[in-house]
Design a protein around this ligand. Structure first.
Ligand code: ADP
Length: 626
């Protein structure tokens, strides 16, 4: 029979995964059992809601069968099964659409981190098996099929006889090597402990035939072996357990078992509410950003159960966008099993639960920030952007909830600080919260505009993400302090008007600057003496609502409307360059034009803005050099 090839990417991923992703090989069993449990969830729900299907609770189970002689391990489930097409698409390709595009982009450079985020659970079987055989019969189908693969080479599919609906996976366990012992995956006691460790809370019985020894009847010193089918897992879903009975490890295992993420959760939130509305929830704040988190493909949502039965895999209505990173599940007795997606949106109970959950998430994040700062910063690195986005979106409807959770890098502290921290240590004479925008901390550090504010002893918040300035414009102020860019026309700092200039001096500047403005007509709104520069000769300031960083961001948007900041070229009159400008103005207007253009282009470079004509700029510099 012809061998079907895995899709090319799958092949590479498979090899990488087998060798690297899981440090503990034993988790292959967790992955297969989770799949089995999901498959039973699907048929269980169908049977409960579809009268045409008969419903017998005892017929839902998972069975694990080791066979030392034949070196095989079977995992059998009575779930919904897979058709031929499903075997091909589900097991023949690892990478699915969204992840595929992403993978090309990164060329798998950081492969190991992202690899775990694809649907690779099933493939974990190849960590312990040379051959994997999947026999399955789908609900509603007369035929059954056998899928078989020896790993990266590809797979075969053929029709086969199978009586009952469900899936049977047979692993041909690898031979031991010098470094690795695979025999253990055929040992009853070992399998039992792996199941206990990772799959204890699976809702369906995980059965295994266990060999015991007992005294032989009628004999004092002789023993006989007997085999007995045991249920290995406790089956009580974790969310129905008492918090006091559960350890951090239990929560982490549930997170992994559910494939909420392949990282370790940073924090879990276990909620049990028994009031006008009753529900249990286990929520997680992940540690790492999922690879597709900031893309269109990402779907937010929590698993929704109605009294233990899964009714929806991703209920988006439970999470607002600004908390879309939260993973987990909600189970409520008060929800109807037959609830449809449309009905859900209007469900009063669900709205209450959602409101409740969001309050809880907010307060848990706040306490993480207050009590476990390092962890919070880690969280913030992964998801801070989403919080800031939340401040900005929906016209600022959620800014009150979020303003205390956002952080920015501080010029003084050299680390992330909250707005509250900033405001609480503001000197009395400081009227504004100052910020500077740029593409990186290093770049902002060098901005000439910062000199005056810093020298005043004021702290500056660094805005390095595109969303920052937009979020702050939406916030407008924090604790009655307004935000002010260090590049804005008026800094609002007393003593700005240092030493009143003599009238004749002022007149002199004005003439020069008007002349320069004439040279730069369509480029800047004004040319003037800078009040913020100390050692640098030149910088750009802005007037009005659009800053230079915003101009850059808007320019990069697909529906670029060519919106520009109102720029002002500021000259440091204490810099030697100013003397040269004065001389040129008096003696050589051509030279003044050259200098003006050079200074303007330099100011653009400092801001990270493109120079309109780089060739002319280089020629101009050469003119000065010759
Ligand atoms: P994931 O479970 O993360 O989607 P897997 O590679 O583990 O990724 O499985 C791929 C898909 O194969 C599953 O989503 C499911 O549709 C199907 N599948 C796997 N195991 C079973 C099973 N025992 N019964 C029915 N379907 C299964």
């Amino acid at each position: 029979m012809a061998k079907m090839q895995f899709k090319a990417e799958s092949k590479r991923l498979l090899e990488m995964m087998i060798n690297s992703i899981y440090t503990h090989r034993e988790v292959f069993l967790r992955e297969l059992i989770s799949n089995a449990s999901d498959a039973i969830d699907k048929i269980y729900y169908k049977a409960l809601t579809d009268d045409a299907l008969s419903f017998d609770k005892d017929s839902y189970f998972i069975k694990v069968i080791p066979d030392k002689e034949n070196r095989t391990l079977k995992i059998i489930d009575t779930g919904i099964g897979m058709s031929k097409e499903e075997l091909e698409t589900n097991l023949g390709t690892i990478a699915k659409s969204g992840s595929l595009a992403f993978k090309k982009e990164t060329e798998l450079k950081d492969g190991f981190d992202i690899i775990g985020q694809f649907g690779v659970g099933f493939y974990a079987a190849f960590m312990v098996a040379d051959v994997v055989t999947v026999t399955s019969k789908a609900l509603g189908s007369e035929e059954a099929y056998k899928w078989e693969s020896t790993g990266a080479e590809g797979y075969t599919i053929e029709p086969v006889e199978k009586d009952s609906i469900g899936t049977e996976i047979t692993l041909t366990i690898k031979e031991n090597t010098e470094d690795e012992n695979y025999d253990e995956f055929l040992e009853e006691y070992r399998l039992k402990s792996i199941i206990k460790k990772y799959s204890d809370f699976i809702r369906y019985p995980i059965k295994m035939d266990v060999t015991g020894r007992r005294p032989k009847e009628g004999s004092d010193n002789e023993f006989e072996e007997y085999v007995e089918e045991q249920v290995i897992n406790s089956m009580v879903p974790i969310w129905k357990k008492n918090k006091s009975e559960l350890t951090d490890e239990d929560y982490a295992n549930f997170y992994a078992e559910k494939r909420y993420g392949f990282d370790k959760p940073l924090k879990h939130i276990h909620i049990s509410v028994d009031g006008t509305i009753r529900y249990n929830a286990i929520l997680y704040i992940p540690e790492k950003t999922p690879f597709d988190f900031y893309s269109k493909e990402f779907e937010k949502g929590l698993e929704l159960y109605s009294n233990g039965v899964l009714i929806m895999e991703k209920c988006a209505d439970l999470l607002p966008d600004h908390f879309s990173f939260v993973k987990g599940m909600v189970d409520s007795e008060d929800l109807s099993l037959n609830i449809s997606r449309e009905m859900l949106q209007h469900d009063r109970q669900l709205k209450l639960i959602s409101k409740n959950i969001n309050k809880k998430i907010k307060s848990e994040l706040q306490s993480l920030l207050n009590n476990e700062r390092e962890k919070y910063e880690e969280f913030y690195k992964s998801f801070g952007r989403q919080l800031k986005y939340g401040v900005y979106s929906e016209f600022g409807a959620n800014k009150e909830v979020l303003q205390d959770l956002i952080m920015f890098y501080s010029s003084k502290e050299k680390k992330l600080v909250t707005l509250d921290e900033y405001v609480s240590r503001m000197p009395e004479d400081q009227k504004f919260i100052y910020y500077a925008s740029g593409e990186s901390i290093e770049r902002i550090d060098k901005l000439p505009q910062a000199e005056f504010v810093s020298e005043k002893g004021y702290e500056i918040l660094y805005f390095t993400e595109d969303i920052d300035e937009f979020a702050i414009k939406m916030l407008m102020n924090y604790k009655e302090k307004e935000f002010k860019s260090i590049s804005s026309g008026d800094l609002g700092i007393e003593g700005e008007e240092n030493k009143s200039e003599s009238e004749s001096e002022e007149k002199e500047y004005k003439e020069i600057f008007d002349y320069m403005k004439g040279i730069l007509t369509d480029k800047v709104k004004d040319v003037r003496v800078s009040k913020r520069l100390k050692s640098h000769p030149v910088c750009l300031a802005t007037e009005g609502d659009i800053s230079i960083e915003m101009e850059k961001i808007l320019a990069a948007m697909p529906d670029n409307q060519n919106i520009k900041a109102d720029k002002v070229l500021e000259i440091n009159k204490n810099h030697e360059v100013f003397q040269s400008l004065k001389d040129a103005f008096a003696n050589d207007k051509e030279k003044l034009e050259l200098y003006t253009k050079l200074l303007y282009n330099q100011a653009l470079l400092i801001e990270g803005l493109p120079i309109q004509d780089p060739v002319e700029f280089t020629n101009d510099i050469c003119k000065v050099m010759v």
